[in-house]
Write a protein that binds this ligand. Structure first.
Ligand code: ARG
Length: 391
């Protein structure tokens, strides 16, 4: 649609399709076939060149793994799958524009969404001299009109009037919005989901999965990066894990309803947090939690290129030096539950924590510690009483 509008406006267009792993995450048409389809579709619609770039490994290394170290969860529940892809899309647009000597880049975002902000900020941070074209923002079409435009111009679209969802997906998750979901009282229908098994299609029994971390980077079953995430999407998705339904606060100030499926993201973030609790100090954990929240807000708000995000990465990287170990989770009935953690850097000491024999905790020191720890409370309470009596 974007492409057709640009061509109709008289631009010479180089179409760019990025493989962000969307089709690795589900069974179905093979990725190569789908991507080649996108290339041929672009040329048929009038693009002068059409590039398909596999950016999956870069997406995982440069965006997903730093975000995992920050346990990213916007508004506590959304692991930022769509948001994390946008800085990479912006950066790749700039690379390709430079390679072809283009003076503008274009995106198909509307003016209501977050993605225009994220992509444009990423482009501007790298090359503020490039013009950004957004024809679907300048002359917006309703979804039914957009579907009609697509039919008229022979543009194949997956969205139909009966199922008019707007869908965005990559390795880290799938987002579904619009259609019947616009009524926040309407429960998400099963046809909105593609990666997670419906309640009546989940296996009766659960299964365990073990995630190994090496300096904060996950691996498991001999897999890492792209393959691990793709495999976990299938495995955890099969148990119905990863469904999220959020009334979220958009950057542009409005609330919207978005449904997500992010099986691997939820499993990996749960595992990563569990390992952090085992190896990081109490003070590190207390400081990291609000910083993680801030990190998620920066990513959501399109501020990935900000110096603050880079500084937070440096903090997380320093802690990740000790983030080596393993976490076991039980996958069953829509839930991933951590059932065990182990690490050579564990700060947990069974000899100190045990209520059994072999206890090495200094019980004799506890009474004195408690008296001094409570001293400020005693002093404050006495002062309150004195003031009350005097008044
Ligand atoms: N609301 C999500 C975000 O801002 C997803 C945006 C794209 N989703 C979509 N269904 N088109 O990150």
């Amino acid at each position: 649609m974007l492409l057709r509008r640009l061509v109709l406006d008289g631009h010479r267009v180089i179409a760019l399709t990025l493989d962000l792993g969307e089709s690795d995450a589900v069974s179905g048409p093979g990725s190569a076939e789908q991507l080649d389809g996108a290339r041929r579709k672009a040329l048929a619609l009038g693009a002068s060149d059409a590039l398909v770039l596999d950016v999956r490994a870069r997406f995982v290394k440069e965006l997903v793994l730093p975000a995992l170290r920050a346990n990213v969860m916007y508004q506590g529940v959304y692991p930022l799958s769509a948001a994390l892809s946008r800085p990479l899309i912006g950066a790749t647009l700039v690379d390709v524009a430079h390679r072809f000597g283009a003076d503008a880049v274009a995106h198909g975002c509307t003016g209501k969404g977050n993605d225009q902000v994220r992509i444009e900020l990423a482009v501007r941070a790298l090359d503020p001299t490039l013009t950004v074209l957004a024809p679907l923002r300048d002359a917006p079409l309703s979804r039914p009109d957009a579907i009609a435009f697509a039919r008229e111009h022979g543009i194949p679209v997956s969205s139909t009037l009966e199922r008019p969802y707007s869908i965005d997906a990559n390795l880290w998750g799938r987002s579904i919005e619009a259609g019947v979901l616009e009524d926040p009282w309407t429960a998400p229908p099963e046809d909105a989901f593609a990666w997670t098994a419906a309640p009546n299609a989940r296996p009766a029994g659960g299964e365990d999965v073990v995630i190994d971390f090496e300096r904060g980077e996950p691996a498991g079953a001999g897999l890492d990066g792209v393959d691990l995430i793709a495999q976990l999407n299938q495995q955890a998705g099969g148990h119905g894990i990863g469904r999220i339904d959020l009334i979220e606060d958009r950057v542009v100030g409005l609330k919207s309803r978005e449904v997500y499926e992010a099986p691997a993201a939820l499993v990996l973030i749960a595992a990563h947090k569990a390992l952090e609790r085992l190896v990081l100090t109490r003070d590190e954990l207390r400081l990291k939690s609000p910083l993680d929240q801030r990190y998620a807000e920066l990513v959501y708000d399109g501020l990935w290129p900000a110096p603050l995000r880079k500084a937070l990465d440096a903090f997380n990287d320093a802690l990740a030096e000790r983030m080596t170990g393993r976490v076991r989770l039980h996958l069953a009935h829509g839930n991933a539950t951590v059932t065990g953690t182990a690490s050579p850097h564990a700060l947990y000491s069974e000899a100190l924590a045990t209520y059994g024999s072999g206890d090495r905790f200094r019980h004799d020191a506890a009474a004195g510690f408690t008296a001094l720890w409570g001293l400020p409370l005693e002093i404050a309470a006495r002062s309150e009483r004195d003031v009350a009596v005097a008044g």
